[in-house]
Design a protein around this ligand. Structure first.
Ligand code: ADP
Ligand code: MG
Length: 617
């Protein structure tokens, strides 16, 4: 298909601090500059009395309009207000965040003399709308299709909310892909050889640090391990420099500006600029007219000083790389490519420490690190919309489920439907039989995790199916289907086979927040609790077989009774006993295997003679 007549699809890196939009045109990726000529745009929205500013203009008024300037919306998107991470972040923001009735964080601002509340996806959609306008101005046509990136650790609800933000901006979101994968695509690493390649993505941005270890082979990209720090990045380096100059002001001018928010913000902006300069120069100067109480502040800082101020933070980054490799049980020599992503990897010291760690290995840095994610997204967008040429066609991207997904059975057993590390998109079906007589309602709790007991896993939501026609145990079949789309968004549905009645899962936000370290912790727990878990697995197996024994005996007896083989008094006795046994099973859902085995012996000793006698007759 030729892309000439169609508006091109774009790739957007919706970053915590900066966003970037790119397009595949003329056989290459083009990063689209904004109206200020900048290739990245601050992910910032500022509400003034009469207008709403987005991007550079919003950043420029942030100092004078702190309570109505919103940044970091990505830290809120798809999370709950009560989330401890949200509670912690709140303390550092100049804008107000409240909770709605459903525990959703709402950003409270005053706009046009009115108090207004916005969800994080609405703020993100304002940024995406800006990125759309930037692309449309550059391409001279309206743009509809987009691929948007999210961090690898984003949960289902965070991905959904990001997609929702795209839709609110009028985009047709072709796909949500994860940032490290996008960066790997930008470098074409998945095409380098048909053998498995191990790729380490080092992403040091404005406020977050992510390390991902990916393996790629035959176009399948899998995340081996992900680690990082949600509060480590360029802003921390800026703050170190700000504190350095605050001390200098105290010494030289006897003034403390640490509580002067306007002066601080201006100093911070100047420090960020100085930091950027120091990536290319050995010295730089800071000049701020009328910083505070008529002082025109001017000072110098060297790259060496900047490095000294931040050395512990840089070393922390390297420690995370080490952890990432250890988590994946991999040696640094087995890494084929080390990719630099994020504006802060332009800092020469960071590059040097990383290169030293990998024993002098060349780093992949010929794509601007703050543009690599958007570049990969643009390639993927062209690929998905059929606008790429032969250079990029044929790339099929697969992500994998980080944890197993399944449903909870009656005794608290996790029944896995989609195993861990399944590549998606995928659709898995499971037939479920009614689990007691005349069951009219079935509730399927959806869980995520590796443990055999649901209580040790994370509940994602619930599908409730009512109106099941009454039937004996096992008499009705329900098709349970787990469908994960290409964006990693899960849909669970349940259908009664006889009537076709359907119910599907609306993912509630309950406990879907699943940061990377939580995944790690769950996998470690599964490992360390292996023997305990085996005990539970055994218990579940014994229980399943006992349930089958009881119901099969009952079925057996009713068939025989109808054939009049069994004498009435003994039938009645057995039927009473069977009913008692069913009640006992319900009352003892969590009984240990030993107890269940004894119960079985007891039932067999009572029932076998009758059944044998019966078969003798
Ligand atoms: P995000 O965290 O939103 O993904 P980026 O990857 O664009 O953002 O990183 C933004 C950070 O990169 C900012 O803190 C910015 O100051 C920093 N940065 C950009 N250019 C340079 C540079 N030349 N030297 C050092 N830091 C830089
Ligand atoms: Mg980024």
């Amino acid at each position: 298909m030729s892309g000439e007549s169609q508006a091109p699809a774009v790739g957007i890196d919706l970053g915590t601090t900066y966003s970037c939009v790119a397009v595949w045109r003329h056989n290459r990726v083009e990063i689209i500059p904004n109206d200020q000529g900048n290739r990245i745009t601050p992910s910032c929205v500022s509400f003034k009395e009469t207008e709403r500013l987005v991007g550079d203009s919003a950043m420029n008024v942030a100092a004078s309009n702190p309570v109505n300037t919103v940044f970091d919306a990505k830290r809120l998107i798809g999370r709950r207000f009560s989330d401890p991470l949200v509670q912690k972040d709140l303390m550092f923001w100049s804008f107000k965040v409240a909770s709605d009735q459903a525990d959703k964080p709402m950003i409270v601002i005053s706009y046009m003399d009115e108090e207004k509340q916005f969800a994080a996806e609405e703020i993100s959609s304002m940024i995406l709308t800006k990125m759309k306008e930037i692309a449309e101005a550059f391409l001279g046509c309206s743009v509809k299709d987009a691929v948007i990136t999210v961090p690898a650790y984003f949960s289902d609800s965070q991905r959904r909310a990001t997609k929702e933000a795209g839709t609110l901006s009028g985009f047709n979101v072709l796909r949500i892909i994860v940032e490290p994968t996008a960066a790997a695509i930008a470098y074409g690493l998945e095409k380098k050889s048909s053998d498995e390649r191990n790729v380490l993505i080092f992403d040091l941005g404005g406020g977050t640090f992510d390390v991902s270890l990916l393996t790629m082979s035959d176009g399948v990209i899998k995340a081996k391990s992900i680690t990082g720090d949600t509060h480590l990045g360029g802003e921390d380096f800026d703050n170190r420099m700000v504190n350095y100059f605050i001390e200098e002001l105290k010494r030289k001018h006897k003034k403390d500006i640490s509580n002067q928010s306007r002066a601080l913000r201006r100093l911070k902006t100047a420090c960020e600029r100085a930091k950027r300069n120091l990536s290319f120069m050995a010295h730089t100067t800071i000049e701020i007219d009328c910083l505070y109480n008529g002082i025109d502040f001017e000072s110098k800082i060297s790259r060496a000083k900047f490095e000294e101020l931040n050395m512990d933070l840089f070393e922390k980054c390297i420690a995370h790389v080490d952890k990432c490799l250890k988590d994946a049980k991999m040696d640094k020599a087995s890494i084929h490519d080390v990719v630099l992503v994020g504006g802060s990897t332009r800092i020469p010291k960071v590059q040097q420490l990383l290169q030293d760690y990998f024993n002098g290995k060349e780093l992949c840095k010929n794509i601007h690190p703050d543009e690599a994610v958007a570049s990969g997204a643009a390639i993927q967008a062209a690929n998905l919309s059929g606008q790429g040429n032969h250079k990029i066609e044929g790339l099929i991207l697969h992500d994998v489920t980080p944890l197993s997904l399944g449903i909870g059975l009656i005794a608290g057993e996790m029944s896995v439907v989609v195993p861990r590390n399944t590549t998606f998109p995928t659709k898995k079906q499971r037939i479920h039989f009614t689990s007691f007589d005349n069951q009219t309602i079935a509730e399927f709790d959806v869980y995520e995790g590796e443990r055999p007991r649901t209580r040790d896993n994370i509940q994602l939501g619930k599908v409730t199916l009512s109106g099941i026609p009454p039937a004996p145990w096992s008499g009705q079949k329900i098709d349970v289907c787990f469908d994960i789309d290409a964006n990693g968004i899960l849909n669970v549905s349940a259908v009664i086979q006889t009537t076709g009645k359907k119910s599907s899962l609306t993912i509630s936000n309950v406990d879907t927040m699943r940061p990377k370290d939580e995944i790690d912790r769950m996998l470690e727990d599964a490992e360390s609790c292996r023997s305990e878990d085996e005990r539970h697995e055994h218990r579940f197996a014994v229980r399943r077989s006992l349930v089958d024994y009881i119901y099969n005996t009952r079925d057996n007896i009713s068939t025989k009774r109808s054939a009049s083989h069994l004498l009435a008094p003994s039938t009645k006795k057995i039927r009473d006993e069977i009913n008692n046994a069913i009640q006992w099973m319900n009352a003892n859902r969590f009984a240990e295997a030993e107890v269940l085995v004894n119960k079985r012996k007891e039932l067999e000793s009572s029932w076998v003679p009758f059944i044998t006698k019966d078969s003798d007759t």
